[in-house]
Ligand binder design. Structure first.
Ligand SMILES: Cc1cc2nc3c(=O)[nH]c(=O)nc-3n(C[C@H](O)[C@H](O)[C@H](O)COP(=O)(O)OP(=O)(O)OC[C@H]3O[C@@H](n4cnc5c(N)ncnc54)[C@H](O)[C@@H]3O)c2cc1C
Length: 398
């Protein structure tokens, strides 16, 4: 089999990349190790769409990504399940000034975000407890989407444009041949292609080795708990990033509430991830300590949630953040090999923007987005990407 471009990895990043490349009329194949697209980190994603970042380049790309979720059907031909519920960041006195500085920077870049008093926010979201809150940043265009709907729409759209998706097709070997690559897949077949895009998330370290690239991506285990809301508190509420108790919350269906931690101490290095060809071992379920902690954090922030209630949990699970040393992505190109990996918790929202970025790189066009600071050499050169104004407790996670 021959193609212009092989995308390795059929998570959201690979699917969005295939969509853009196929749209340009190039022949593109996606090789995915699993039985279906988007079953790994993408399936565990909170899928929250926000532009609240401390790095201006990320703000710019997240803002563009948000616009795409608002017009997803028109742009990609399917539904992403986007709920424009709003997105709020809650801080106490010690982080109020940092919030103001970040919001001023975001507004200068075009983000529609405003500063609200706790009472103004309470009027919008009556179930939120605000006694310890000093200031709120509210992005009305923020919200969350559905990972499965987003992936399926992109796969369908890309397929209609001519992309081919191979499942149970792990890439096991790569040999430079002529001006392209000869690729061996786990099913014993091989294919040749001109260019490669690596979109292998948590598996990028081992896939990078095939191309003599050292990609410093480390899986970090995050635990998610979906707690039950009372009958008096149903439907969508704004996504809440609570930088006081280091947690984030969003609606999950009519009665559920997704609770995630934004405390780096809760993340565990998960090194036992299998290499290229190995069976996929999933990380263990969330542990009882994490479930209790999530319920406590939800009870601290929302009316009507009982931390001591013996039930009250719809589901609890783990996901693996694909992290780099500075918790920022690696977006780079080495002649015929392009890289979009290590999104460290930001990748869901950025995927369609990255798809276009990779499409441009494949075609040798100038990058439309400010991706230069996310080059691979920054780690060796000791130029980590960092927010200018860091929150006291959340640090690099925001
Ligand atoms: C708990 C959690 C919450 C999150 N919440 C958010 C959020 O609210 N908003 C946000 O923007 N981001 C969020 N993220 C981050 C986001 O989900 C990820 O950045 C994004 O899904 C990464 O997509 P990906 O395609 O790069 O990786 P994956 O979805 O992991 O896809 C990589 C694919 O590569 C395949 N693969 C690996 N090796 C090979 C090989 N050798 N050959 C072929 N295929 C291979 C794998 O099978 C896999 O399907 C969250 C992440 C987690 C864990």
């Amino acid at each position: 089999m021959n193609c212009d471009v092989l995308v390795i990895g059929g998570g959201l990043m690979g699917c969005a990349t295939a969509f853009d490349i196929a749209k340009r009329g190039c022949s593109v194949v996606v090789a995915e190790r699993g039985a279906a697209p988007g079953q790994e980190t993408t399936a565990k994603s909170g899928a929250i769409i926000r532009a609240h970042y401390g790095v201006p380049e990320l703000v710019t790309m997240a803002l563009e990504a948000n616009k795409r979720f608002q017009n997803f059907e028109e742009l990609f031909g399917g539904d992403a399940g986007f709920r424009q519920s709003g997105y709020a960041v809650l801080v106490d006195e010690q982080d109020a000034n940092t919030l103001k500085l970040n919001v001023a920077m975001q507004r200068a870049l075009g983000v529609e975000v405003e500063l609200l008093s706790p009472d103004e926010f309470k009027a919008m979201a009556p179930s939120v407890k605000i006694d310890d809150v000093a200031l709120v940043a509210y992005e009305k265009n923020g919200g969350y989407a559905s990972p499965s709907q987003t992936v399926n729409s992109l796969v369908e759209g890309a397929t209609k444009k001519g992309a081919r998706f191979l499942y149970r097709a792990p890439v096991l070997d790569a040999v430079a041949r002529g001006d392209g690559w000869q690729i061996s897949l786990g099913d014993g077949t091989s294919l040749s292609c001109g260019q490669i895009v690596i979109c292998t998330g948590n598996w990028s370290r081992s896939v990078g080795e095939l191309f003599d690239l050292e990609l410093p991506v480390v899986p970090m285990r995050a635990q998610i708990v979906v707690v039950e809301r009372p009958t008096s508190f149903t439907g969508d509420f704004p996504v809440v990033s609570d930088l006081i108790n280091l947690a984030y919350f969003r609606s999950e269906g009519e009665r559920g509430m997704w609770v995630g931690s934004s405390d780096s101490a809760d993340l565990k290095d998960f090194q036992s991830i299998p290499l290229r060809g190995g069976a996929i071992k999933h990380c263990p379920d969330a542990d009882p300590g994490a479930i209790n902690a999530a319920k406590n954090k939800a009870a601290l922030r929302f009316e009507g949630i009982d931390a001591l209630d013996k039930g009250g949990v719809q589901r609890a699970f783990c996901g693996l953040y694909e992290t780099t040393p500075d918790w920022q992505p690696i977006i780079d190109s080495f002649e015929t090999v392009h890289i979009a990996v290590g999104f460290s918790g930001h990748g869901f929202k950025l995927a369609t923007v990255m798809g276009e970025e990779m499409g441009c790189r494949v075609e040798g066009e100038n990058s439309p987005f400010p991706t230069q600071i996310f080059d691979l050499a920054r780690f060796a050169d000791k130029r980590p990407v960092a927010s200018q104004w860091k929150y006291e407790r959340a640090k690099f996670l925001r």
